[in-house]
Design a protein around this ligand. Structure first.
Ligand SMILES: CC(C)(COP(=O)(O)OP(=O)(O)OC[C@H]1O[C@@H](n2cnc3c(N)ncnc32)[C@H](O)[C@@H]1OP(=O)(O)O)[C@@H](O)C(=O)NCCC(=O)NCCS
Length: 298
């Protein structure tokens, strides 16, 4: 397929993460566009091996435009769904308005269709960009309410730090072995975004529950205890999580459907500057309010 950029002397590259110079080019593009350093992933085992990046590079090797797909299996209404996420969409300012992003979107969505993904997801502050390709905004809800009754024998917990190599290895192992945190809507397998989000947000705390071996991602605000994710072979009840963390908040906010927590909250619209957009029939099976865990944001 001839590229939109052929006449501009750019080279199209696909699936290029095996080339360290090209990966560094994408790191620079995302640093310059969004002010984030995804190169930190090199410390966490490198970029997601399921990634399928599409990028345009200039004669000096600089990445001037990119859009990537990656595999993110989801649990939806009790069934594992083959889903793809799209991320790292950016075009350098001097190259904008020439159809480069349109070209990369078509390639990435086309690739996704040939791979048999049942669902495609992305998070964006520009929903209009993706509507022509069949993406629809999926409203998100967080779940709020009073805490459950205090659990008795819940065991204890230990705070984890990703800077500690042993803690990092533990988190990576538990993420590999995890069960879905919600049967209604959650990530079934994907470690890279959990690690990256923990790294980028200094308010996110990680704790290891000694009894169940689960890892809890949480934030403590003045108004509420926020549960962001639970990674483990089993999902402990919310009462046990709070007791093990020694937290007695007045109010709880759970940032994923709480169907496996032994607790029910009231769904409240989740206000964010980004919208979750989906494409594919699998989304039609959703019967209740959902939220993608902030630990899976991409
Ligand atoms: C958004 C961005 C990727 C567009 O790149 P681009 O190469 O200039 O886009 P294109 O020229 O290929 O335009 C593609 C289409 O998107 C539309 N578009 C471009 N910018 C848009 C915007 N900000 N909002 C909505 N639509 C937009 C164009 O009108 C065009 O529509 P068409 O296909 O119907 O003609 C680029 O402006 C950018 O990098 N912005 C900063 C980072 C960003 O916002 N990334 C997207 C994150 S989800």
């Amino acid at each position: 397929m001839p590229g939109a950029a052929d006449s501009h002397g750019l080279t199209l590259r696909q699936d290029y993460f095996g080339d360290p110079a090209a990966w560094a080019g994408l790191v620079a593009l995302l640093q310059d566009t969004f002010g984030i350093d995804v190169g930190i992933q090199d410390r966490f085992g490198g970029p997601d091996p399921t990634s399928m990046p599409f990028g345009y590079f200039d004669g000096s090797g600089a990445c001037v435009a990119n859009f990537s797909a990656f595999s993110m299996p989801l649990m939806i209404e009790g069934r594992r769904v083959k889903a793809a996420g799209f991320q790292s969409g950016a075009v350098r300012p001097e190259w904008r308005g020439r159809g480069l992003y349109r070209d990369l979107m078509r390639r990435a969505f086309g690739w996704c269709d040939t791979q048999g993904f049942e669902l495609a997801l992305l998070l964006t502050d520009k929903p209009a960009l993706y509507q022509p390709y069949g993406f629809k905004v999926l409203p998100q809800y967080q779940f709020s309410g009073p805490p459950p009754a205090h659990a008795g024998l819940a065991g204890s917990s230990r705070a984890l730090l990703l800077d500690d190599p042993d803690d990092l290895a533990l988190v990576m192992r538990v993420l590999r072995e995890r069960t879905a945190v919600s049967s209604a809507f959650s990530v079934a397998a994907q470690a890279e975004m959990f690690l990256l989000n923990s790294h980028f947000d200094p308010d996110i705390r990680l704790a290891h529950l000694e009894q169940s071996g689960a890892i809890i991602a949480w934030r403590s605000g003045e108004a509420a205890f926020q549960l962001l994710d639970v990674a483990g072979r089993t999902i402990p009840p919310l009462s046990v999580i709070l007791a093990a963390l020694d937290q007695r908040p007045g109010r709880i906010e759970v940032c994923f459907p709480p169907d496996r927590l032994g607790w029910q909250g009231t769904p409240e619209p989740f206000v964010s500057y980004t919208s979750l957009m989906v494409r594919g029939d699998a989304a039609d099976r959703l019967t209740g309010p959902v939220m993608l865990s902030p630990m899976a944001e991409f």
